[in-house]
Design a protein around this ligand. Sequence first.
Ligand code: PLP
Ligand code: COI
Length: 351
Amino acid sequence: MKVTLSKNPKNKPDVSSLGFGKYFTDHMLVMDYIGGKWADPEIVPYAPFSLDPSTCVLHYGQGIFEGLKAYKNEKGEVTMFRPRDNFIRMNKGATRMCMPNFDIDLVMAALKELLKIDESWIPSAPGTSLYIRPTLIAKDEMLGVHPSHDYRFFIILSPVGAYYSTGLKPTKILVEEEYVRAPLGGTGEVKCMGNYAASLLAGDLARRRGFEQVLWLDAKERKYAEEVGAMNIFFVIDGVVKTPALVGSILAGITRDSVIKLLKYEGIPVEETRISVEELSDAYKNGKLNEVFGSGTAAVISPVGVLGMHGKEYIINNFEMGRITSLLYDRLTGIQCGREKDIFNWVTAIN
Ligand code: PLP
Ligand code: COI
């Protein structure tokens, strides 16, 4: 693989100022799809791309992305969490968006090289990691609405801390009763750019009302919980952990899947089902809505302290991280950071 090293390595940010997705490492991976086939991947210095103003992705949003993380564990080893699952999901998404699939083994090998080159950027303080953002964009220069012929795949890396500025403090989530994220038959289960663009207005309105994100409801009846802006959602109702079933409009989160497997392993009852807003407010009124939390690569396991529903604020578990949420946070981050045994074979070392 061709590697061009940066001649101007950047200063690294202080670990306390990381936040999420603000800093980028010295190198990136680029792989173009031209004339019906993939060129070899290349590692190049991190730098802006030049795109013709007519480039497809800029107009019609034919683009998808992924999010996964690399960690430096206590032994100094660099590992990734379930990377193959992200690339499998990305290829499925590519098919839905009329984009070409790529060779997962080739991309995994190239990513490992990239991580070795930028290894000094991987933070090791608790709660920090290196966020990996693979992206695939349509590159044809034309204004007709049809699938592009040429594409660019790239991976950039960003040292990160907590996704929410509140850190591990519970978040406030507003149940969104007007706007919807994705109808059945749409692209809800794909990590395509347009889903996120379409979500911005509701998120912005919610933030002005003091909430961090919105909880989307199903597009047909506006009745059943689906997911949050950047994470899947779980409700602990009377000791049973419930999460919306994957009906096609929800992203099949890799953290969600990990949470379900961890719960089963711990012997805690878990159900993938339909959860209506009525069920949530009834459970709350009966004192049975024990905990609410989100799961995601960026969000990890994120406690929800307030659900805004029907114009009221429902305070969950005294605005504290609950027992099951804490257990899952410890187990998941323990496996990710190498503190706990990798019983599910989720961790991939880069060497
Ligand atoms: N739902 C949405 C809309 C997301 O953007 C994400 C983040 O990737 C998730 C759920 C969680 O998915 P994962 O656990 O694979 O990161
Ligand atoms: C992720 O968790 O990887 C996400 O993609 C969430 C968000 C930053 C879009």
